[in-house]
Design a protein around this ligand. Structure first.
Ligand code: AMP
Length: 223
């Protein structure tokens, strides 16, 4: 339905991961999470991996040049004809400018931007109760979407873990980082195909809204 690059903007816990994988499934296109990409890199026992591990654990942002180079390499190597969803990139103005440059060089239009905006209370509740499976990557929420097996993953029975950067002290730092970068990012994208969505709503409701926006945007582009 869409050949565009779709970008998710949203604070940690706003639902970017959940919604981008649902949308990817619905549209039959891949979703690239820079957070996942960096966490995989951080698991490597190399000096770069160890350095990355410290940055992620502190909830700070990784250098723009590192992330931009990685996304650039990924998109140039394999830009699916039907489009791709970017979850967690761009996260600030320099990264948005970098993405524009990458897309322009590939002859692609600017991205469709989906901004999930959730209240601080909702973000805190979601992040402190988020758990994941380190084997298959499945994500649960102790309150909203608990595993039917309690502390174990429904897919493989592995014990569920909490992300190191979901500790309460680190969450505040991550949310502040997001708030600082968000306004310039929004004013950069507001001129284009930008949509603000209430991320406090139930995940099913948000999914429906997002799908409708993507369909509308694709129809407009085809007209
Ligand atoms: P996420 O999984 O999106 O919550 O990202 C987890 C962590 O990965 C962030 O707290 C940052 O340390 C890092 N990260 C992910 N995406 C980016 C990005 N676009 N720029 C800089 N750091 C990033």
């Amino acid at each position: 339905m869409s050949e565009r690059v779709i970008v998710f903007i949203g604070a940690p816990g706003s639902g970017k991961g959940t919604q981008s994988s649902r949308l990817a499934k619905q549209l039959g296109i891949p979703a690239l999470s820079t957070g996942e990409m960096l966490r995989a890199e951080a698991r490597r026992e190399t000096p770069a991996g160890r350095k990355l591990r410290d940055i992620l654990a502190a909830g700070s942002l990784v250098d723009d040049s590192v992330v931009c180079d990685a996304v650039n390499a990924r998109l140039r190597r394999d830009m699916p004809a039907r489009g791709i969803i970017l979850d967690g990139f761009p996260r600030n103005l320099p990264q948005a400018e970098c993405l524009d440059g990458i897309l322009a060089a590939m002859g692609k239009p600017g991205p469709l931007v989906l901004h999930l905006q959730a209240s601080r209370q909702c973000l805190m509740e979601r992040l402190t109760s988020r758990r994941h499976c380190e084997i298959c990557g499945a994500v649960y929420n102790l309150a909203l979407r608990p595993s039917r097996l309690g502390w174990n993953c429904e897919n493989d029975g592995a014990l569920l873990a909490q992300r190191e950067d979901d500790a309460e002290a680190v969450i505040s730092h991550r949310l502040n980082e997001f708030d600082r970068a968000c306004a310039p990012l929004v004013s950069f994208y507001r001129r284009g195909d930008y949509h603000l969505i209430d991320g406090d709503q139930d995940a099913e409701v948000v999914s429906g809204t997002l799908f409708a926006i993507v369909a509308m945007s694709a129809a407009r582009a085809a007209a």
